[in-house]
Design a protein around this ligand. Structure first.
Ligand SMILES: [Zn+2]
Ligand SMILES: [Zn+2]
Length: 410
């Protein structure tokens, strides 16, 4: 028996190393087990899963004897509904609890599934912690027309096509970590057509307001989103499941989640941005040529097929990182007229500015790499519109000259 005790102790140590907190040792409920089970909690894991859009009802984790036999396997179990069983990121269970057939992880000689599970939990939590303050994160928001009718969708799209963006408040579920400037995609759920129908940026961090379903006294969390693309599902094709399968070849991302505001895994963000950019370009959804899609960059992709055959593919991509670097260098004042939104509008103007891409997509060849300081420049929307009032666009110098001449006349 002492040998068994050692096994429990060593598993407990590994559990604690993976962030589990030991709560108690107890007799398994309604079971005729020869040994006690160890009960754990893991608030950080539960919180992270909830942030990723899961409803986590199973908040207790057990190390327990899996049958009534004295020398039975010892395994890890939790509630059957737990995302640990469903999310492909976690290692698959290799045994089960004879009591109620709940899948269990155990260490067998040729398959240390329990150790691997703990490793994958550690890895999962690490991916969230380096989602830190400076890095831009990407989130998936949902719209289910069965739950809420977007009556002014057509108006929103019209506004976007005229002004270049449209701002909407959107429920962000439990995802309170979203920061201003984070990237946002919007997916339509429920009845077909289903698929990504918009993209944009977070314009605020989360705030609490009354619930969109109108229930009295009920509140929910929101952020403001500035959409740069919105597709009308009644008129145009959405970026559908098949397109998403190309983005996410290994199927690491939940694309049709229950909750709005789950994070999109960093490892597929680049692929998503690039497929999405090509999609909106091919379908001519970029109707306003002078907003964020000014920013292009070239990415080389190498495919290996059989005999190390390298194909270099060039594609354009909107590049939020380049925008960020440009603004870090130049600040947020218009480089034509010096207008600064924060100075005039206070907090709501903070961080607001367009970024103009000096070499337009149409003017440059296929091989091009964006230099955030040489090629990008912050301008206010007014100056930006004037820069683009002819094709090819005015240079910054030209537009400044024009402005000076007119100013002196008035
Ligand atoms: Zn300006
Ligand atoms: Zn521009």
């Amino acid at each position: 028996m002492s040998n068994r005790k050692n096994i429990y102790n060593s598993i407990r140590q590994k559990m604690e190393a993976a962030g589990f907190q030991f709560e108690t040792e107890q007799k398994p409920h309604l079971q005729n087990r020869k040994e006690n089970e160890l009960k754990f909690v893991h608030p950080q894991l539960v919180k992270r899963l909830e942030e990723d859009g899961y409803k986590v009802r199973a908040k207790k984790f057990y190390i327990k004897p899996l049958t009534d036999e004295p020398d039975c396997e010892i395994g890890f179990v939790t509630g059957k509904s737990s995302p640990l069983y469903k999310e492909s990121f976690f290692i698959k269970a290799n045994s089960s609890d004879s009591f109620d057939e709940t899948p269990a992880w155990t260490n067998r000689e040729n398959n240390a599934a329990l150790d691997s599970l703990l490793e994958s939990i550690t890895g999962y939590l690490k991916t969230s912690s380096d989602v830190s303050s400076d890095q831009m994160n990407t989130y998936l928001f949902t719209w289910n027309p069965n739950k809420w009718d977007w009556v002014d969708l057509a108006d929103s799209i019209e506004h976007l096509e005229t002004i270049g963006y449209v701002e909407r408040r959107w429920s962000c579920g439990n995802s309170k970590g979203i920061k201003k400037g984070d990237r946002v995609f919007l997916i339509r759920l429920g009845k077909e057509p289903r698929g990504i129908m918009g993209s944009g940026y977070a314009k605020s961090s989360y705030y609490v307001a009354s619930h969109w379903d109108g229930s009295e006294g009920k509140t929910t969390n929101y952020i403001d989103i500035e959409f740069d693309i919105l597709i009308n599902p009644n008129e145009d094709t959405l970026f559908d499941k098949e397109s998403l399968e190309l983005v996410d070849i290994n199927g690491v991302q939940e694309w049709f989640p229950q909750l709005s505001g789950i994070s999109i895994k960093q490892e597929i963000v680049e692929s998503l941005e690039s497929h999405w950019f090509n999609f909106i370009k091919e379908n001519k959804y970029i109707k306003n040529s002078f907003v964020s899609n000014d920013v292009v960059t070239k990415i080389k992709e190498t495919y290996r097929e059989g005999k190390a055959k390298d194909i270099t593919q060039t594609r354009y991509e909107r590049n939020p990182e380049a925008r960020k670097r440009c603004l870090r260098h130049y600040g947020y004042s218009c480089k034509v007229c010096d207008f600064n939104f924060e100075h005039h509008f206070g907090e709501i103007g903070q961080g607001f500015i367009h970024v103009h891409h000096i070499n337009q997509i149409s003017d440059i060849g296929k091989e091009y790499e964006v230099d955030p300081i040489k090629d990008l420049i912050p301008v206010c929307p007014n100056c930006h519109a004037m820069i683009h009032s002819k094709r090819p666009a005015f240079s910054i110098k030209e537009i400044k000259e024009i402005r000076k001449t007119i100013y002196n006349k008035v």
